[in-house]
Design a protein around this ligand. Structure first.
Ligand SMILES: CC(C)(COP(=O)(O)OP(=O)(O)OC[C@H]1O[C@@H](n2cnc3c(N)ncnc32)[C@H](O)[C@@H]1OP(=O)(O)O)[C@@H](O)C(=O)NCCC(=O)NCCS
Length: 405
């Protein structure tokens, strides 16, 4: 079986690839009623690839150009990888492997420093050098019990906006109020177009609230009611907050109070919050907020280890020497000395040995070197080096992106 991999440009091929992915996912219906040319507004030109067997499209993968914030605030070139799928009749023949290898080399050739994705299953991507670099939590708030402590600020003013206004205003709010949290990603235009398409083709109610004076908004929440069949008489009226962008205390408190104080609503479910979100500390009864799930969020692949290590900040006064192994992108296999002054290639004897997938998991500070060592992802010549590495890689804010793509 010979597989040909190439970039897909033609509209019909792009639509076929989008629907191939949806077939591979089983639970997603095909895209219907796309206007002529619409598919090209949902994809970045040149970044959708297809795998052909005997001339038939059987697999696809895609990426979008973005940026990702490292600890310390540097934003590095980032490929947001998505829509990887192989037709069920062609799986386990190495097709995804060929697509992903092809894509990783393309990302490297573009000079991007990291790639990230959201994984449908946790057992697929580590073999390609991806590691879990951030997590998010789902939190359900029982509003009747959710009194806010005296002394917690009021936050900024919040208003509802029309759906039509949202798709111009939200991208601007997001771009102009970039969070400093590690793991933050740019949201390219094609994602906003995709969100808009989904929102406009959904049948139920949905709402957008923005925080801040007109023209100076700095946060937003997109939310909708669920289980609405018996809404009028229900005593479990629930909204899900699909997108909660609140990078400042003003935005966070304003939007949180607005959502918790909505008339009628018994439960507010936040799909995604950072794992260090302060919410329980704001409530008189902290058990009014219940963590219902913690998910792996950012699966990160370091494309250029030297650039990634030297662009992030390190804490404390220790020094550690780490040998990195990357069989797929061998330029990355090297040893680095890391201290608060930065990271540099070295010939010194390493104290820690890590695969590129383990380094990815540690890069944003989302896990400890001790945890990685416990799982066998790091080998320590000297266990004290794990403590030094943990201090150097520690972050103030847990890494988080807050977006599913
Ligand atoms: C995930 C998917 C793209 C893999 O495609 P594929 O062509 O079968 O993958 P490959 O044949 O290249 O397999 C590569 C390796 O990954 C393993 N693997 C692939 N999919 C896996 C899965 N879902 N769970 C566990 N292991 C998996 C294979 O066993 C193989 O292991 P090996 O290298 O040790 O032999 C395909 O199963 C698919 O389309 N799944 C549904 C859609 C989906 O989940 N996409 C991912 C969205 S994030």
């Amino acid at each position: 079986m010979t597989t040909e991999i190439r970039v897909l440009d033609a509209e019909d091929e792009l639509t076929e690839a989008a629907n191939l992915f949806r077939t591979a996912m089983v639970g997603f219906p095909p895209l219907r009623n796309l206007a002529p040319g619409q598919i090209t507004t949902l994809l970045e030109p040149g970044r959708t690839i297809g795998a052909f067997v005997d001339g038939r499209l059987v697999g696809t993968a895609e990426a979008v150009t973005s940026g990702l914030t490292l600890p310390g605030g540097a934003v590095v070139g980032h490929a947001a990888v998505t829509h990887i799928g192989v037709l069920p009749s062609f799986t386990r023949k190495g097709i995804a492997t060929e697509l992903i290898h092809h894509q990783l080399h393309d990302i490297a050739a573009r000079g991007e420093v990291v790639a990230t994705l959201r994984a449908s299953e946790a057992t697929i991507y580590e073999r390609y050098g991806y590691g879990v670099a951030s997590s998010s939590q789902s939190v359900e708030v029982h509003t009747a019990r959710a009194a806010v402590r005296l002394g917690v600020g009021a936050g900024g003013p919040v208003r509802l906006i029309d759906a039509a206004e949202a798709w111009d205003l939200l991208p601007r709010i997001y771009a102009e109020n970039r969070s400093s949290r590690p793991g933050t990603i740019d949201r390219p235009d094609v994602w906003w177009h995709g969100l808009r398409l989904r929102a406009e083709s959904a049948s139920g109610a949905s709402y957008v609230a923005v925080q801040g004076e007109r023209g100076a908004e700095s946060g937003f929440a997109r939310y909708r009611p669920i289980d609405t069949e018996t809404w009028f008489v229900s005593d479990q009226r629930t909204i899900v907050v699909e997108d909660f962008f609140a990078p400042s205390a003003e935005a966070y408190l304003g939007l949180l109070r607005f959502l918790l104080e909505l008339d009628l609503i018994d439960r507010v479910t936040f799909w995604m919050l950072p794992v260090d979100d302060p919410l329980p500390w704001l409530l008189v009864d902290r058990r009014a907020a219940r963590v219902t799930a913690v998910h792996d969020e950012t699966w990160l692949r370091i494309i250029d280890v030297q650039q990634a290590l030297s662009a992030r900040r390190y804490e404390g006064d220790g020094t550690v020497t780490i040998a990195v192994n990357d069989p797929l992108l061998p330029k990355n296999s090297a040893t680095f000395t890391i201290a608060a002054s930065g990271a540099e290639p070295t010939d010194r004897r390493p104290a820690l040995h890590v695969g590129v997938e383990g380094l990815a998991a540690a890069l944003l500070g989302g896990t400890t070197w001790h945890s990685l060592a416990a799982g066998g992802l790091v080998r320590a010549e000297d266990p004290a080096a794990l403590t030094v590495a943990d201090r150097l890689f520690a972050v103030r804010d847990a890494p988080y992106a807050g977006f599913f793509f």
